[in-house]
Design a protein around this ligand. Sequence first.
Ligand code: AMP
Ligand code: MG
Length: 486
Amino acid sequence: MPFSFDNTYAGLPDAFFKRVAPTPVSAPVLIRLNHRLADELGIDVARLDSPEGLAILSGNQCPDGSAPLAMAYSGHQFGGFSPQLGDGRAILLGEVVGNDGIRRDIQLKGSGPTPFSRRGDGRSALGPVLREYIVSEAMAAVGVPTTRALAAVASGDHVVREGMVPGGVFTRVAQSHIRVGTFQWFAARKDDDNLRVLADYVIARHYPAAQQEENPYRALLDGVIQRQAELIAHWMQLGFIHGVMNTDNMTVSGETIDYGPCAFLDQYDPVKRFSSIDHQGRYAFGNQGPIGHWDLIRFAETLLPLLNTDEKKSIAVAEAALDAFSGLHRSALQSRFTAKIGLKGGNLDDWDMMESLLAAMAEGEADFTLVFRHLSDALETGNDDAVSRLFNQPEAIVAWLNTWRTRLHDVDHSQTRALMRRTNPVFIPRNHRIEEAIKAGNEGDFELFHRLNQVLQNPFSEQPEFSDYEAAPAPDKVVHATFCGT
Ligand code: AMP
Ligand code: MG
């Protein structure tokens, strides 16, 4: 078989999931298979890239060794708690251990109803499948911890969304699909025994060093806080807006998950949101740190029965752990953002300078990605035109550029440029490019989809043949809103 499954989640108590097999689709067509990822995972790529492989990736055949199941979880969605969520349109086939020794889930998304589907159809439209493939692989290529895309399949069936649209099945790979919401599932049911089983499982799988700590559950909490503080700063370094940071969309592994309404900034705007359902701007660009903290408070609450036998002491432990978030997140932001202007270490003066650049960018409606990329060129050529042209009032940035050059006067320019060039991508998955790839894909033409994926495999390198993919959208091509990927 293409996969050598080695399943552990399926061996957990029944309360963790419902066993359910994928529901077949009519006429599956393989759109894209991620050969490089398959290789890394030790998957037999030739076997997967075959009619047998397509049958598996579309949910039409359950591979030997799989133990298909839908995971149980709850979640706070836009601040309101839903005790009963769970995989309503995703099915975990099983786990594989990659060449790097890391265990990963292989999950189908859009593979039919499960006991958690509520009123949903268990299916996915093709558009969100293409979007998740493009964006999750682009995130991986720039080095952001993320779930991965193994395959995109057109199902040959239609799904009802706003009208009839083509359906798809996505194969997602993750270090695990365990979320803050998974802990909330047991906490909401006051099931402390299974909560402990879950915590021990997560420690063994994602935080093995915590086993050696005096209080492993505190170490687990610290670890998740640290990874999320870092992850969210990494998103922001790239101008990424997740868009739906509900607690069921926050992994405990520290990987980005759920590419429904996500988007990258074109023009810099700290209060920007794209999601059509995020009316309050809860998940706006600049609110991602505070809302990540809010989600982590919900996580800490679930751990209270494990942190100490005395509730008061548990709360004190949880608060001490949570207090670390803001400092960790701020220092990650500072070092990542000062690196964008070629300065290591993230000291406060450099951070101030960075903040005044961001203020000028917001004021001047400058393109986030282009400003930083052109800055490294300006450092080399001494010509500021390409940078200042990105601002509504080019004069506004001249003073800043002078301050920046003065600061860099004694710094080795070749190292500075190298730092900037590995911090600031040339290519991000711009919203208008994703939209055009989806539009063509919905009409059965996947050339733009493939091209976009190809460009984004080397995001930090100039690729002259694809230079039009660097550009900001023309005014009539700007995408203002994204829709939840259901
Ligand atoms: P999401 O918006 O992807 O974070 O999903 C939130 C919840 O809704 C999860 O429990 C999903 O499994 C469920 N869900 C979303 N779309 C569907 C669908 N088409 N059918 C069944 N369940 C769904
Ligand atoms: Mg989700």
